[in-house]
Design a protein around this ligand. Sequence first.
Ligand code: TYM
Length: 377
Amino acid sequence: MTTNNEEMVVTPWEVRGKIDYDKLTKEFGTQPITPELLEQIRKHTGQLHPQLERRIFFSHRDLDWILQRYEMGEKFVLYTGRGPSGPVTLGHIVPWIFTKYLQDKFGAKLYFQLTDDEKFLYHDEFSISEPQRWAYENSLDLIALGFDHRLTKIILDTKSIGVLYNLAIQIAKRMTYSTVRAVFGFQDSTNIGMLFYPAIQAVPAFLESYLTGKNVPCLIPAAIDQDPYWRVTRDVAPKLGYYKPAQIHCRFVPGLGRGGKMSASMPETAIFTVDSPQVAQKKILSAFTGGRATVEEQRRLGANPDICSVFAYDYFLFMDEKEIGNLRYNCLGGNIMCGECKLDLAERVMKFLAKHQEKREKAKDRFEEFLFNPKDI
Ligand code: TYM
């Protein structure tokens, strides 16, 4: 459990404390998404995705530049991924849903990296086959979200390494130990696989350029925890003659407990895409809310949606503008009690899971279709 006073920590491996996104934008040196930039996006997409309208995607690097290149006729590729260490949560799918929107609107190719190597190296207790098994399982979630197989290439690091390696060593040669140590906080006890790994996560950002022999812009949608990787990737880009990859960063879907992001390492406060609807319901019914101590107090004083994990789920994933506005109004005004709200969310989540799990089953026959094959280039 985290408290509001706990220090904010955001790294690719750990997110805790109360997240101050303005502070993060400054610390990481990224740019806020401005109304002007939203207008520039709207020109190409028509409607804005709710994740943009609500600033769930709140920060970027070079998104304006990538749109300018696009307007000059230069298409970009998308790149995102997953470290397969367990089942996928509803938090992970937030940036993937947004990535699909970008793919649909811009007709963009997507490289999706499954970093079974990263998870093997990071988790002492893993044998090599565990992250490989999770990689397959997690890819079913991606496929179930409806990505276009003609435009989507899944890179499974241990399987695709033959194609990645030439580029990985070119990148690694230009990344110093002092840089990765400073950026990732590596220690003397860190294994040397982890020291090399940032080069592997950089590869897909340049892969299209490398394979086609011409410079292709790349846009990376992900939560902001992955940003340290993009800093070191952007550093080496000009040294290799490639464009720096652009990024668009999202906030973290919180866990169902008090504060902190939804994380697979805290299963009781995370909803997994493979949870049975009953299990998900049970987790939601014990979620932390912004409610008052008694019903009477809540009717009189209203509750606090801004700290409520149930409200957050509706906000990130399930409600449109009008519904979320009504919920906020009724919550603040004490017109709705937390029990009722939890039951409503549980129903929406159970419906989502039932449909998603059906699509996930069907995805089992389609994995090979999505797997990256350099001959497709
Ligand atoms: P991983 O598996 O930790 O996370 C996968 C994606 O989910 C995002 N994410 C979240 N988004 C919203 N709310 C949350 N609570 C939440 N938790 C995680 C992550 O930012 C990420 O986008 N090293 C990477 C794998 C990777 C990758 C990439 C990710 C390789 N290449 C390119 C993004 C883009 C990892 O372990 O992700």
